[in-house]
Write a protein that binds this ligand. Structure first.
Ligand SMILES: Cc1cc2nc3c(=O)[nH]c(=O)nc-3n(C[C@H](O)[C@H](O)[C@H](O)COP(=O)(O)OP(=O)(O)OC[C@H]3O[C@@H](n4cnc5c(N)ncnc54)[C@H](O)[C@@H]3O)c2cc1C
Length: 383
């Protein structure tokens, strides 16, 4: 059993950390205030190979591994979880299904430019009536001459207002069976599809859309894999992404912890730094313990992805632990910093708002518990 990162992993962490501190951090305050994402980061992330870390070189990726992808996400989110949400919606949710199930043409036209950061991707699954419950999906694709006509709506779609294409889920059969849900690749903007930019309390530095879809024509060649029934690909993709998302909430928790720790060492109250008060020190002790616990689960999960052995329940356990821990850690950071924690010239408030999104997005904590409980009923035990 070897728990250490390889030299390549350590070098990657340093590269991404430096990039985020020098090139991305200066934009974070403006992004949060203006609710905009600095699009140029995608081309930079493409140049640095960050978007393709976990994809093979023959597909335009960098051929590293899931552990590398998690290191990248942890470092992005340490500076801005909103930026990491944009990264995740693009490099995993939008791109992964194409890499996994796309035709040669779809990989050339969508995956390769996306991995280079030349096209921005988003992923449309959730709907006004179907967030937790994918099978409640109402968006319908009807077969017409030469393609499909899609009608429906998609809610809370990260990157939609800035994206060049969407990997869009729609029901190609009226029934609720698994093979009734398919994915389509749709260039944006598109006739028959309008996007409202949503205002949010968290992840304000990423852009999120509500999509109205009315008689949108999509040619046959843009049905993912030119095959109906990609529901299993979606589930597989969501499961793997729970590990990546957990790496990002670990990163945002670290960002908040580091700021609070620094503050606690330098803030003097009654003649001594507040870290010398046991109540403050104990909070910091809880925070660093939570971070270590999340970190081990996240990188164990990434290792399992690389081995091809990650189960849905394991992915859900990791997401549940990491996201709930991040919420506690960011709240503790604000408490430690007192009034300063509420002020916008510090980052802990933003990290806390962003942490809240992650007990909801990518499957709420209740849904993670349902997945874990389902596995228990099936008799899946801890190895
Ligand atoms: C900022 C943001 C960005 C997002 N980005 C994307 C994106 O890019 N693409 C995309 O497709 N989606 C995206 N989502 C959607 C996200 O995945 C959903 O919000 C999430 O799955 C929850 O769905 P919902 O909001 O409809 O909540 P609901 O499903 O309405 O849930 C409401 C409450 O009911 C509980 N609940 C529901 N069902 C059950 C159950 N069976 N058992 C127990 N409790 C239950 C939930 O836990 C929750 O507390 C994003 C969401 C946010 C907030």
């Amino acid at each position: 059993m070897d728990f250490s990162f390889s030299e390549e992993h350590v070098a990657l962490r340093q590269t991404v950390r430096r990039h985020m501190e020098e090139e991305a951090a200066p934009h974070v305050r403006h992004s949060d205030e203006s609710e905009t994402f600095p699009k140029h980061l995608f081309s930079r992330w493409g140049e640095l190979g960050m978007l393709g870390a976990r994809y093979p070189e023959e597909d335009g990726g960098v051929g590293m591994d899931k552990i590398s992808d998690c290191i990248i996400r942890e470092e992005i989110a340490r500076i801005s979880q909103a930026y990491c949400a944009a990264f995740s919606a693009h490099s995993h949710l939008g791109m992964w299904p194409i890499w996994r199930s796309g035709t040669k043409m779809q990989r050339e036209e969508y995956f390769k430019p996306a991995v280079a950061g030349k096209k921005i991707a988003c992923f449309g699954l959730s709907e006004p009536d179907g967030g937790s419950d994918i099978r409640a999906m109402k968006t319908r694709a009807e077969k017409v001459e030469g393609g499909w006509k899609i009608t429906g709506s998609k809610l809370y779609i990260t990157n939609a207002p800035i994206a060049d294409f969407i990997t869009l889920a729609a029901r190609t059969k009226p029934d609720l069976s698994a093979d009734a849900v398919s994915l389509f690749l749709v260039d944006l903007p598109a006739r028959g599809l309008t996007i409202d930019n949503l205002k949010k309390e968290g992840l304000r530095g990423s852009e999120t859309g509500l999509l109205h879809i009315d008689d949108l024509f999509v040619p046959d060649s843009h049905l993912l894999g030119e095959k109906e029934g990609t529901y299993p690909t979606i589930l597989e993709s969501l499961s793997e992404n729970r590990v990546g998302v957990s790496a990002s909430v670990l990163g945002l928790a670290r960002g908040a912890y580091e700021e609070a720790l620094q503050f606690a060492k330098t803030r003097i109250v009654r003649g001594k730094p507040i870290i010398d008060y046991q109540a403050v020190a104990n909070r910091l002790a809880d925070m660093t313990t939570d971070i270590e616990a999340s970190r081990w689960m996240v990188y164990w999960g990434a290792w399992k992805v690389d081995q091809g052995t990650l189960t849905d329940a394991e992915a859900s356990k990791i997401k549940l632990v990491a996201s709930e821990a991040a919420l506690r850690i960011t709240e503790n950071a604000i408490r430690i910093m007192g009034g300063a924690g509420i002020m916008r010239d510090h980052r802990v408030g933003m990290h806390h708002r962003d942490a809240l999104v992650y007990v909801i997005g990518e499957g709420t904590s209740d849904i993670q518990r349902n997945i874990i409980a389902r596995a228990l009923k099936k008799g899946q035990l801890i190895d």
